[in-house]
Design a protein around this ligand. Sequence first.
Ligand SMILES: [Zn+2]
Length: 86
Amino acid sequence: MPQPDRYVSVKIECHSKHLHDICVEVDRQVPPDLRCEPNAGPGYSRGGGSGGCSIPFSDELKETTMRELRDNFQGSKRRGYVLIHQ
Ligand SMILES: [Zn+2]
């Protein structure tokens, strides 16, 4: 069963300076401000039209997200998402 309180709204700034919206499942609860709607599928959704961009859909992305949550929690909460620079 998906647990919506563990899905974090993440935006990845890729090498082309787009912001890609992604929903990442993590191992801890996240505050309502930072949650996203898990789509059907393995827990990821990607923003439209991202041809040519390589986004790390992997455990690495989850690690990075959790690290950002730890290190930059207040900033992320204020934005409403976790910002990751690739
Ligand atoms: Zn991109």
